[in-house]
Design a protein around this ligand. Structure first.
Ligand code: ZN
Length: 455
């Protein structure tokens, strides 16, 4: 209790008090809702705007659609291209009856802040804002502006980031910190902490595959019916053979893990030739690591007439394909068409975005993030990774922005599963660590006298 009453002297922040303040801001932010659909992000942003106002940090609300605002706050620094601390204001819905607490109650109990968005990603938004507040309070000199950008509609259509991109010239940020990676306990080895910084995200090819055939009566099976054709096409896709592809980021991540091991484990993980041969089985058995080593073709839905006695003229499947860096969406589509090899099966492209990767070697923001994570957790492995899913960063990277994804908290796989699931929560201790990592990272990257940009 005393710690809360102590005023920290400038330059030596009281991190525990700042962590507690972050938890209280997050609690209010969770209570402000923002469930998408419908979104209602302007209401969700209210506690953030109140805090910015109280701290005297300038902000604007860009609201191209009423009620669905994007929040832009700016801490003035120097003339170098600004750093953008990105987050999203919306959250996915919660099935309240499956939760042990009110998902929108913002309860702080047992050392945790509970509620939808605690990890994805109101917790990060609150940490980013409190980092900005701490920098303002400490009066540290910055040689570039630091922007807080909290956008609408990440969880459904990514409309918010696309609205912000239309006005990117006004922001002009060269670097973005966003969600995408996390610190995970026990991921590859029991007792090991691993921070995987997302430097790239797999691309997307969402398809509807439709088979056509003669309609008819359910009493008499005939050749060439649409459901039969669809099944044959799906069988062909399921039998598709995939070769593993080892992105340099993943090999560097395994190397970082290996550096913390000893003996044979260390040898295998720090030598890519051996990693590829000896870890293949382990990594393909784990769905998460398997997904970042191949282009995935995932059958996620089926559509068609649904009467038992009617043969429909059309039956469709939905495919969620995720592409590794270097795979062109059109090339994968051509491969699937050839594999199915049936002129009465058509593909409709619902969405196609190629993978995007930011270079991380020699980047001062990436280096600052690694150094600060390492300082906060000296025994942990820290390295770059390609994410199997995508975030708003995939759009910003297409503008040439260097984007890195990491929510700087260390959690268990069980806690990670609460994102988009039940009983989502984040510990106050991890919020405290996260703010500290963010403040250190920003000071190293944007503080006056920070190392220059690589051309
Ligand atoms: Zn998210």
């Amino acid at each position: 209790m005393l710690a809360l009453l102590t005023t920290a002297t400038a330059g030596t922040p009281d991190w525990d008090a700042l962590g507690q303040e972050t938890a209280e801001l997050l609690s209010a932010y969770i209570r402000a809702g923002g469930q998408n659909p419908p979104g209602d992000e302007t209401a969700s942003a209210a506690p953030l705007m109140a805090k910015l106002e109280a701290e005297g940090i300038a902000f604007e609300l860009w609201e191209p659609v009423p009620g669905r605002g994007n929040l832009i706050a700016r801490l003035e620094g120097g003339d170098r291209p600004p750093l953008c601390l990105l987050s999203h204001l919306d959250v996915v819905p919660a099935e309240a009856d499956r939760w042990s607490v009110d998902p929108f109650g913002g309860l702080i109990e047992g050392g945790y802040v509970w509620g939808r968005g605690a990890l994805d990603m109101k917790g990060m938004g609150a940490m980013e804002l409190m980092a900005l507040v701490q920098l303002k309070r400490s009066g540290v000199r910055l040689d570039r502006d630091v922007l807080l950008v909290a956008v609408a509609d990440e969880e459904v259509d990514n409309a918010g980031v696309q609205q912000v991109m239309e006005r990117w010239d006004e922001l002009g940020c060269s670097h973005v910190l966003n969600e995408g990676g996390l610190g995970l306990r026990d991921l590859l080895f029991e007792g090991d902490n691993l921070y995987a910084i997302s430097v790239g995200e797999k691309g997307v090819l969402w398809l509807r595959m439709t088979a056509e055939g003669q309609p008819g009566h359910g009493s008499t099976p005939r050749p060439d019916e649409a459901p039969e054709r669809l099944l044959k096409a799906l069988e062909a896709l399921r039998a598709r053979e995939t070769e593993l592809s080892w992105h340099p980021a993943m090999l560097e991540l395994f190397d970082a893990v290996g550096q913390r091991r000893s003996g044979m484990e260390r040898f295998v993980l720090t030598h890519p030739w051996w990693t590829r041969r000896l870890l293949k089985g382990t990594l393909t058995d784990n769905p998460l690591t398997h997904a970042v080593l191949i282009d995935t073709v995932h059958i996620t839905g089926l559509e068609g007439a649904n009467k038992p006695n009617v043969v429909p003229s059309q039956a469709s499947a939905l495919l969620d394909c995720r592409l590794l860096p270097g795979t062109d969406p059109q090339d994968l589509l051509d491969e699937l068409i050839a594999l199915v090899d049936d002129p009465q099966v058509h593909f409709e492209v619902l969405q196609a975005v190629p993978a995007q990767v930011s270079t991380w070697q020699d980047d001062p923001l990436y280096a600052a993030l690694v150094a600060n994570l390492q300082e906060a957790d000296p025994t942990a492995a820290v390295g770059p990774a390609i994410s199997p899913g995508f975030t708003d960063s995939i759009y910003l990277r297409s503008l040439g922005v260097q984007a890195y994804g990491l929510v700087p908290v260390l959690i268990t796989s069980e806690e990670a599963a609460t994102m988009h699931g039940d009983d989502e929560r984040v510990s106050v201790a991890e919020l405290t660590r996260g703010v500290r990592v963010l403040v250190g990272t920003i000071e190293d990257f944007a503080g006056a006298g920070a190392p220059g940009e690589t051309p």
